[in-house]
Design a protein around this ligand. Structure first.
Ligand code: BDR
Ligand code: CA
Length: 315
């Protein structure tokens, strides 16, 4: 008897590409079980003029030019737009001259697209967030019911009782729009948080990047050039390998068995700290007595994560 085929993993991905977003998108677009139904794009690492174009570039690179790309919020809810060009280059993809043939967004706003697609497929869609949470917060504010319609949400964001990467306390995606992150974390979503400490524990050293580049495809070459850019940034910051936070979150979304240690906690965001704005506060001991709705990933299976990147760029 033949095994029944497992149903596709239907994904919506909210993203601000970004070097590591690009790697994560390749992982999803090339994964045999995943079906990427749409990208919603937000300003983050770079402005919307670049994030849309970069999303388009990765789709074309993965022969997925038909996936819609909806442009969303061009800045955070309350704070000014905070970029990360030091980590991603002025164009968001390491200033490598990577340009799509068709640079334009699909007609329609990302927030409308999120609401329409989630409402049309209750219980079926997994949402992966790889950027500041502005689009998701706006969608939840406009249509709170969508929170209960998502199968799963995997968020790259925050630092679970670990140092931040943009301030001692805060990780970029949460710091870039703390109010939006708070709305998302308070919405009672079936949320898994993959913080910056997971990328830090799974850096990609030069030898691994070279092995990825040697896989021989155009995607492999581009992935290696992007990761080499990240490696240079990492070395300047005293780290021995390229950091790929969005890739770690995507690995968790694509295969929950990638997670080797996790806990369920109440998590909230500091929005007006004197020193700690954007910190994700994980109530690990349950001292608040509030509902523990967020799964916080503490560790992943490194070989599975790396294999997903390699599989994404193979012929
Ligand atoms: C996160 O911030 C961005 O710079 C990366 O793309 C990733 O989503 C890491 O803090
Ligand atoms: Ca990102």
């Amino acid at each position: 008897m033949t095994e029944p085929a497992s149903p596709p993993l239907r994904l919506l991905i909210d993203t601000d590409p970004g070097v590591d977003d690009a790697i994560a998108l390749m992982m999803a677009l090339r994964h045999p079980r995943a079906r990427v139904e749409a990208l919603t794009v937000v300003a983050g690492n770079v402005g919307m003029e670049h994030t849309v174009r970069n999303a388009r570039y990765v789709l074309e690179l993965c022969d997925a030019g038909d996936v819609p790309v909806y442009a969303g919020a061009g800045g955070a809810l309350l704070v000014e737009h905070r970029r990360a060009v030091d980590a991603h280059g002025d164009d968001g993809l390491g200033n490598l001259g990577l340009r799509p043939r068709s640079p334009d967004a699909t007609p329609g706003h990302a927030v409308d697209a999120l609401i329409a697609r989630i409402t049309a497929a209750p219980g079926q869609l997994t949402l992966v967030t790889l950027g500041p949470l502005t689009n998701i917060a706006l969608a939840l504010r406009r249509e709170p019911a969508i929170g209960g319609m998502l199968r799963r949400v995997v968020m790259m964001g925050g630092a679970a009782n670990a140092p931040g990467n943009v301030t001692p306390a805060a990780e970029f995606n949460v710091w870039a729009d703390p109010e939006a992150a708070r709305i998302v974390l308070r919405a009672g979503l079936p949320l898994t948080m993959v913080g910056i400490e997971i990328a830090r524990a799974n850096l990609l050293p030069a030898e691994k990047i070279a092995a990825i580049g040697a896989l021989g495809t155009e995607r492999a070459r581009v992935a290696a050039r992007l990761l080499t850019y990240s490696l240079r940034v990492a070395v300047r910051r005293g780290m021995p390998g390229a950091s790929c936070p969005d890739g770690t979150a995507m690995a968790v979304a694509l295969d929950p068995a990638t997670v080797t240690d996790a806990g369920q906690y109440h998590v909230d965001v500091e929005t007006h700290g004197e020193l700690t704005t954007g910190e994700t506060v994980v109530d690990r001991r349950g001292v608040h007595g509030r509902l523990a709705t967020t799964t916080v990933v503490h560790a992943i299976h490194r070989p599975r994560f790396v294999a997903m990147i390699e599989d994404a760029v193979r012929a």
